[in-house]
Design a protein around this ligand. Structure first.
Ligand code: M6R
Length: 364
């Protein structure tokens, strides 16, 4: 039931504060000020390496997880799309934790990758939304998301719930590896608790985002830029736009602009920049200015501090709440989802059932 919403996708975007809170509830122990995982029968502190495998939007959760796990737990992390992983004869020696991320738990390539890891003796965990799915039954450790049924083909609420669980996994690996103090964990618990309210604040920008959708809808190509965890978010923004509006879009790491993609820039190409204020903000702004000098129409998505620092040369800005870097991806997901949604509505596409796509890809 879509309720008062025109599409399932919009309803699911708006459900995010609730379902992320619901998901976090099973991972946060507010009294102990700890982030917990379900019981497992293996020793997390023995893990030497993490391999994350998924498809599409779920693979971007893996890429964001790499930034988090490497910086917090100091463990090497490899991320691969399942269709490549399962056929490339990956090296899985040592104490590897294999992690699959999947909304449906039935994606053929991800399931095959999971089976390949298990057959190689790898301990596996799965961040999965459907608890009765094949993957949920086969992983050693099920890390459920509680997003509820996701109907729209474009994944939205499953994605932010997967991020919340990935953050919980990163924190637990960090603690197991002795890289996280109790006070650091307390700070993280506090910030994760604030995530649903921050997502809600991002949703308040809906009207502003809808107001700029016509510029994107008129474009043939759109580029998304981000650094750090916002780089996979740029990939997610581009995928979302392609999927439902059929506009060609690409995401790049901001620093890669001048290694090729800048050749595409002219006054016909909108550039969506995802950049919370922080140590690397200035570098991203300089990439943004290089693109503007070539006529690019820039939409800057940042917080008040970032927007003030960038000045007012962007064609449009979307202000996000100021949040802890760990929850920034959960918050910055909202404007990219809403932008894709409103552009698709303007284009008159079938938002919930875009052409050529299936909700669950159970064949290769
Ligand atoms: O069910 P899964 O999470 O395994 O699905 C993976 C991808 O097929 C999925 O995320 C796809 O990329 C979405 N349509 C993106 O919106």
């Amino acid at each position: 039931d879509k309720g008062n919403y025109r599409h399932f996708m919009l309803k699911e975007i708006y459900e995010q504060p609730i379902v992320v809170a619901q998901t976090l509830r099973s991972y946060l122990r507010p009294l102990e000020e700890q982030v917990a995982l379900p019981q497992m029968d293996f020793d997390l502190s023995a893990i030497e390496r993490v391999v994350i495998v998924a498809c599409g939007t779920a693979s971007y959760v893996g890429m964001i997880g790499k930034y988090w796990i490497e910086s917090m737990a100091r463990l090497p992390v490899e991320v691969d799309v399942a269709s490549e992983f399962r056929y490339r004869d990956p090296v899985l020696t040592g104490k590897v934790l294999g992690v699959v991320v999947s909304q449906s738990g039935e994606t053929a390539d991800t399931l095959a990758a999971l089976r390949h890891m298990k057959a190689s003796g790898v301990t596996t965990a799965g961040i999965i939304n459907v608890p009765t799915s094949s993957m949920a039954r086969e992983v050693d450790l099920l890390l459920p998301t509680h997003a509820g049924p996701e109907i729209g083909v474009a994944s939205t609420k499953a994605f932010t719930c997967q991020l919340a669980v990935m953050a919980a996994l990163a924190v637990n690996l960090a603690r197991a590896k002795g890289k996280l103090s109790a006070s650091e964990e307390r700070d993280i618990v506090h910030n994760l608790t604030e995530a649903p309210a921050a997502i809600n604040a991002a949703l308040m920008r809906d009207e502003a985002i809808q107001g700029m959708a016509h510029v994107i809808a008129a474009a043939r190509d759109v580029l998304y830029l981000g650094r750090g965890p916002e780089f996979p978010m740029a990939l997610e923004g581009a995928l979302k736009l392609k999927e439902i509006s059929y506009i060609h879009a690409e995401g790049y790491a901001s620093g890669e602009m001048k290694h090729g993609p800048i050749a595409l820039i002219d006054d016909q190409v909108p550039l969506i920049v995802l950049a919370p204020a922080g140590p690397l903000f200035e570098k991203t702004v300089s990439n943004m200015h290089e693109a503007m000098a070539r006529g690019a129409k820039v939409v800057l998505i940042s917080d008040a501090e970032g927007l003030a620092e960038a000045g007012d040369d962007a064609m449009a800005t979307i202000e996000m709440p100021k949040v802890h870097p760990l929850i920034a991806p959960l918050v910055y997901a909202v404007p990219v989802q809403l932008l894709a949604y409103h552009v698709a509505v303007l284009k008159g596409t079938d938002v919930d059932q875009p052409r050529n796509l299936a909700k669950s890809v159970t064949v290769e």
